[in-house]
Write a protein that binds this ligand. Sequence first.
Ligand code: PNS
Length: 157
Amino acid sequence: MTRVLYPGSFDPVHNGHIEIIETASTLFDEVVVAAMINTTKDGVFELDDREEMITVSTEHLSNVSVKMFSGLVVDLAREIDADFIVKGLRAVSDFENELQMAQMNNAASGIHTLFIPSASRSSFLASKFIRDFARYGGNISGMVPEPVAIRLKERYG
Ligand code: PNS
């Protein structure tokens, strides 16, 4: 049985993330999605809100579970006995940072990171732009799961 950990800030989860989760759920026996803190980004939603939005948006996937964790990815990977870390790649611009994190995590714990490329239809999606659109009344339909659209509307009106 292969269990993978898909960590991210998911602030909030969008359809590009859901696509990666769906793909991972077909490739691996068990997928654990973890809402985590990215210290280079200012968090908007609380971690437990992010966890809840991912949970309701992945209810259709029986081998996916969701957590929140404030700490190191490698510590969570060890705690849940993950075989691999999984990350999505939207574009070459993602790669440099992702490669460095993968190498750091591998050096620290021996765990390998597997990359799943996003489909071109999702490659422009980014939580920070979706928050901007929601804040200023832009159209985010088709970019986020419906429960997330509702939460964004509640937050930004
Ligand atoms: O969705 P993001 O913002 O690209 O996710 C980045 C995230 C949360 C996976 C990364 O910042 C992270 O791993 N945070 C947890 C702390 C940690 O392990 N840092 C060392 C990374 S080498």
